[in-house]
Design a binder for this molecule. Sequence first.
Ligand SMILES: [Zn+2]
Length: 97
Amino acid sequence: MDNHCPVCGYDFKEPVQDSMICVCCGTQFGYHDSVKTHVQLRNEWRNDGSKWHSQRVQPPLNWNPEAQQRHTGNFDGGSVTQTKRRENHSVSAKKAA
Ligand SMILES: [Zn+2]
């Protein structure tokens, strides 16, 4: 059972249901995702800086919105791929040095 937000990948630790609001990206299920796709909502959230939505619930320790999005299942890979490239680059640079 996948309990991650389909928009931002946040782990709800319980099944996602209609009318639930994601504390991370602010998506209200059955409402926001009835007029837009999860990819559209994710892109909007990302374009707004991947901000933590909730004022009452604090983000998890060491919260990483980019890493979290891998749990969405249809993540486009953009920034994660870039991060991987940077890591690979620094690794090969170390080897060369
Ligand atoms: Zn979310």
